[in-house]
Design a protein around this ligand. Structure first.
Ligand code: UDP
Length: 435
């Protein structure tokens, strides 16, 4: 065994010891965590070693991520994998979810919409409910971590209620290309208290007095949403929901949210179906911090028919199966902070037709790894074209998968976050030694 392997094994053993939530547990847990080493076939041994070395340098820090839902939506998807991967590498990382009443989440969803360019009536009552619920969460959180990441607008004001000794980062995942000016001015009062803001793309940068960093999201290839599935497993999931696959499947997977334009998907499908036989499956879930989802779902149900299936379920194995079995995946968003569903489908070698907005533009190279479209008619034309050209689908899908392997796997995100922590470390004397 060479020296690198020895070092790696030693690290793995240390990390394994940390996986025990309680040192006195009578038996070792029967479960295994994904480790950075498992990414070696995708990112190479050198990258694995480099990332583990960086994690080792930070292994006496305690990091926490705070968001507002445990499932539903990309942030929860990232945090559930990232927090485990970091712990497995020895970087102690917690994940806390704030709680809120329905009126709180109704307000924060309005804020989410307004950050993406919608309108909002920002009344004093809304501000009061927003800040009060976050204050109550602050009381319960007992944060004494070395590094704090706060995700999206819901928990943003938390920083106001802590005597800040450590670096706090506000990580905003939404499409900030057209934020509502009055709302932005109000939120900036909280944002400016942070040490840095992390946005998904440079074009989301705002006039702020704090540094802005850009980190694109990423997927976990080992999660139940993305792990390899064989044909029998895919058949089983589709049969479970009575989804026919006798005709090519056109699929969109998204929270039921008007920014994802599910109605536009149905309209595009109806136009395409005049020329090619196919089945549309719209699968969505309703995140606990998104009170509008149920209403959007119910409105769409009026369009359901034999060849237009609309399902509201939280089943990541179904998402995985559909993204794999689909002839074409759509993500026809009107605004999209990043769009993990695009990454997920591309990773599975399925060509994606995506709205020409936000993060989708950074993922799809138009005509090479998928198509970018500007409206219903264009989407319909691309569906027809892809369904008529299976070889093109295969070629595009292969290129799509390669591009995800190189740019959008979770290890890249973890490394960028560690670099960010390292860059502020000496300023905060997190450990007294330089990174
Ligand atoms: N997702 C899911 N079930 C659904 C719809 C979405 O598990 O019915 C997952 C999806 O696989 C992806 C995430 O939720 O991992 C959505 O992330 P994305 O960035 O596409 O959009 P967001 O919901 O964060 O706006």
């Amino acid at each position: 065994m060479n020296e690198i392997q020895n070092r790696r094994r030693a690290r793995r053993d240390t990390a394994a010891a940390r996986w025990q939530p309680d040192g006195d547990m009578p038996a070792a847990p029967a479960f295994e965590l994904t480790r950075v080493e498992d990414y070696e076939p995708h990112i190479g041994a050198e990258a694995v070693d480099r990332i583990l070395r960086k994690a080792e340098l930070l292994d006496d820090l305690h990091v926490v991520h705070i968001n507002s839902t445990y499932y539903g939506g990309g942030v929860a998807e990232i945090l559930s994998s990232l927090s485990l991967l970091a712990n497995a590498a020895g970087l102690r990382t917690g994940w806390r979810v704030i709680q809120g009443r329905p009126d709180f989440f109704s307000i924060t969803k309005k804020m989410h919409n307004a950050l993406q360019g919608g309108d909002i009536n920002l009344s004093d009552l809304k501000r009061e409910i927003y800040e009060e619920v976050v204050y109550e969460n602050a009381v319960r959180l007992h944060l004494d971590h070395d590094v704090v990441f706060v995700h999206d607008p819901q928990p943003l004001p938390l920083i106001k209620y802590f005597r800040k000794k450590s670096p706090w980062f506000w990580r905003c995942h939404v499409d900030l290309s057209h934020p509502h000016p009055e709302l932005w001015a109000y939120l900036a009062g909280f944002i400016e208290r942070y040490d840095a803001v992390i946005l998904s793309l440079p074009e989301y940068a705002q006039p702020l007095g704090v540094p802005q960093r850009f980190i694109m999201p990423a997927i976990d290839p080992f999660s139940s949403t993305n792990r390899p599935l064989d044909d029998a497993e895919i058949d089983d999931r589709l049969a479970h929901y009575d989804i026919p696959d006798d005709l090519p499947l056109v699929v969109q997977v998204s929270r039921f949210d008007t920014w994802k334009d599910p109605q536009g998907v149905i309209d595009a499908f109806r136009i395409a179906r005049r020329e090619v036989d196919c089945t549309l499956v719209l699968v969505g879930n309703v995140a606990t911090d998104d009170p509008e989802g149920q209403e959007v779902f119910e409105r769409l149900c009026a369009s359901a028919e034999d060849r237009i299936r609309i399902l509201s379920v939280q089943d990541s194995a179904l998402v995985n199966a559909l993204q794999r079995r689909a002839a074409v995946v759509l993500q026809k968003s009107i605004r999209e902070g990043f769009g993990l569903t695009v990454t997920e489908a591309m990773w599975k070698g399925t060509p994606v037709i995506g709205g020409n907005v936000g993060g989708i533009r950074h993922q799809i190279e138009n005509g090479v790894t998928g198509y970018l479209v500007d409206g219903v008619e264009q989407a319909a034309a691309r569906i027809v074209h892809l369904l008529r050209h299976p070889d093109l689908r295969t070629r595009m899908g292969e290129k799509a998968r390669r591009s995800v392997a190189g740019r959008f796997l979770l290890t890249r995100l973890m490394e960028e976050q560690m670099d960010l922590i390292g860059s502020v470390e000496s300023r905060f004397h997190l450990r007294g030694t330089a990174f």
